[in-house]
Design a protein around this ligand. Structure first.
Ligand SMILES: Nc1ncnc2c1ncn2[C@@H]1O[C@H](COP(=O)(O)OP(=O)(O)OP(=O)(O)O)[C@@H](O)[C@H]1O
Ligand SMILES: [Mg+2]
Length: 248
C-alpha cells in the first residue's frame, strides 16, 4: 500500500514551477502536519514570533488549510461545522479540500513565494494523502493525482510532522474543546481512524525523508519549538540562497 501512496513519476522537488519560472526571488514554504491536537497551531505561532524577532523585514505569511481565501474559508465552514448528520462522501470531501487548496496556492501562496516571503501553512497536501488516501482508504493513486492537480507544482520546501500517540492527541483536543459547544465534524472519528492517520504520516515521512522532518510532539511546547528551530537552522546552513536573503 505504501508504495502506491507516492508515485515515483510525480515531481518531488520543492516549488518546481517557481524554480523553473521567471521569478528570481524565491520564498520559503514550510508546512506543519500531524493529527488533531499534536500542537501545529501552537508551534506555528511560536515560530512566527521567532521569525519576526529575527528578521522583522522579511515578509511572513501564515495560513491554514482548509481556508486562507474567501472561498477556502467557506469550504472550511462546510467541512468543519456543517450539521454532522448531513452526508459528505469521502470523494466529495477530498474534492472540497482540493478546491480550497487550489485557490490558496494560486491566490496566496505562489504570489507570496514569488515576492520572497516565508509562508507557514497549517496542513497542506500531505493531510489529504494521509486522511483521504490512508484513513478513508480512497485509491492513493487517485488522491495523489488530485493533490498534484490542486497544488500545480507548488510543493513545500520543508514539512514538520508533529508525531505523537493518537490517544494523547485526542486527550489534548478534549481539554482544548472543553469550553466549546460547537461540534467539529472533522474531530468525530473513532480511535482507529487517528491511529491510521498517525501510521500514514510516518510511512509518508519515510518515503520523503528529505522534505518531511518528524518531531516528537509529546515533549513540552518549549522542547518541540527548540527542535523545530534546530532543524530550520540546519536547513538555512545547507541552503545558501536563503542565507543570502537574510532570513535569520
Ligand atoms: N507540547 C505540548 N504539550 C502540552 N500541551 C500542548 C503542547 N502543544 C500544544 N498543546 C496544547 O494542546 C492543545 C492542542 O494544540 P494545538 O491546538 O496547537 O494543536 P493542533 O495540532 O493545531 O490541533 P488541530 O489539528 O485540532 O488544529 C492546545 O490546548 C495546546 O495548548
Ligand atoms: Mg490547529
Amino acid at each position: 500500500m505504501t508504495d502506491s501512496i507516492t508515485s515515483k513519476k510525480l515531481p518531488r522537488t520543492a516549488n518546481c514551477q517557481l524554480r523553473t519560472g521567471s521569478a528570481k526571488q524565491r520564498g520559503l514554504f514550510i508546512t506543519f502536519e500531524g493529527s488533531e491536537g499534536c500542537g501545529k497551531s501552537t508551534q506555528i505561532t511560536r515560530l512566527a514570533e521567532r521569525l519576526r524577532q529575527k528578521n522583522p523585514d522579511r515578509e511572513l505569511v501564515i495560513l491554514r488549510e482548509p481556508g486562507g481565501t474567501a472561498l477556502g474559508e467557506q469550504v472550511r465552514q462546510v467541512l468543519q461545522y456543517m450539521d454532522p448528520s448531513v452526508s459528505i462522501v469521502p470523494e466529495a470531501e477530498l474534492l472540497l479540500f482540493a478546491a480550497s487548496r487550489a485557490q490558496l496556492v494560486r491566490e496566496v501562496i505562489q504570489p507570496a513565494l514569488e515576492r520572497g516571503a516565508i509562508v507557514l501553512c497549517d496542513r497542506f497536501f500531505d493531510s489529504t494523502t494521509v486522511y483521504q488516501g490512508v484513513a478513508r482508504a480512497l485509491d492513493p493513486k487517485q488522491v495523489e493525482m488530485i493533490n498534484y492537480f490542486s497544488v500545480g507544482g507548488v510543493i513545500p520546501d520543508m514539512t514538520f510532522l508533529l508525531d505523537m500517540e493518537a490517544a494523547q492527541g485526542r486527550e489534548r483536543m478534549k481539554q482544548r474543546n472543553a469550553q466549546s459547544t460547537v461540534v467539529d465534524r472533522m474531530e468525530q472519528e473513532p480511535e482507529a481512524f487517528y491511529e491510521a492517520v498517525r501510521q500514514g504520516y510516518l510511512t509518508l515521512a519515510k518515503e520523503e525523508k528529505k522534505r518531511i522532518l518528524v518531531i516528537d510532539a509529546a515533549a513540552s511546547v518549549e522542547e518541540v519549538s527548540k527542535k523545530i528551530m534546530t532543524q530550520l537552522d540546519k536547513y538555512f546552513l545547507s541552503t545558501p540562497q536563503h542565507l543570502n536573503s537574510s532570513t535569520f
